[in-house]
Design a protein around this ligand. Structure first.
Ligand SMILES: [Zn+2]
Length: 247
């Protein structure tokens, strides 16, 4: 008896590996089932019907066979392949990094709708050059950390609860006033502009999270703070991030 179920879903291909001459193994970020791993047999053959919709960064409609513990792509048709991301190595690398982030942080086999919306929105803004790449990077990193449960406390000093206006960012997940800082190594001074941007990214609604602007030096400071916070909290190494830094 064939116990495989046929399911329909949309999803973003966040990782694609070649497993032999003609087959692909995909990690797909779906809204309802989170991250799933699926085989796309024959997808590397040029004339294969699923070839165009199963590459990295393809957002596609899938019909999948769900077997005992594997998924297999029956049909895939592309909804958006983010063609313009391929125009530029910086955009493409950041897009791949956002995929690697969601591959590491999104849950498997449970709802990941917000991870998917965040990643798709970021790819769209990046492709269409609606925001600066560094701004998109910092906002995606911080919002994805929040989705994964790493919410920094930015309201007041995490030690004394004070509301001074001179804070340091504590990479354990919050802000510290000068009095409470006491020379800890795991904290850096925070300019007012960066603190305001962090608070905006953390507290704004989905539609507004990318709607801010900063002078270039403040934006670079924001990026350093958020990236280090991400690396400290996740304890992950991201290959695509390392490559991005060489560009
Ligand atoms: Zn304090």
């Amino acid at each position: 008896m064939n116990t495989a179920l046929l399911i329909n879903t949309t999803g973003l291909v966040v990782r694609e590996r070649r497993i032999n001459e003609s087959d692909r193994l995909l990690n797909i970020l779906t809204p309802d089932r989170g991250l799933i791993t699926a085989f796309a047999d024959g997808a590397l053959r040029l004339k294969n019907k699923n070839s165009a919709a199963t590459g990295l960064l393809c957002y596609s409609k899938f019909t999948l066979y769900h077997g005992k513990d594997t998924y297999k792509v029956n049909e895939a048709s592309a909804v958006n392949v983010f063609f313009r991301l391929r125009e530029d190595i910086v955009k493409l690398t950041l897009a791949q990094y956002f995929c690697e982030l969601s591959k590491n942080l999104a849950p498997e086999e449970e709802n990941a709708d917000e991870y998917l919306r965040l990643t798709l929105n970021a790819l769209h803004l990046l492709a269409e050059e609606k925001r600066s790449p560094l701004l998109i990077k910092a906002a995606v990193e911080l919002r994805m950390l929040i989705l994964a449960g790493y919410m920094p406390e930015l309201g007041a000093c995490r030690e004394c609860g004070g509301h001074q206006d001179d804070f340091l960012f504590d990479f354990d997940g919050g802000i510290l006033c000068r009095n409470c800082f006491a020379g800890q190594k795991n904290a850096v001074p925070l300019s007012k502009g960066v603190l305001a941007a962090l608070r905006h990214i953390v507290s704004s609604g989905f539609e507004r999270m990318f709607s801010f602007s900063l002078p270039q030096n403040t934006l670079e400071e924001l990026c350093r703070v958020v990236e280090r916070f991400l690396l400290v909290q996740t304890e992950c190494a991201f290959k695509t991030l390392e490559f991005f830094k060489t560009l």
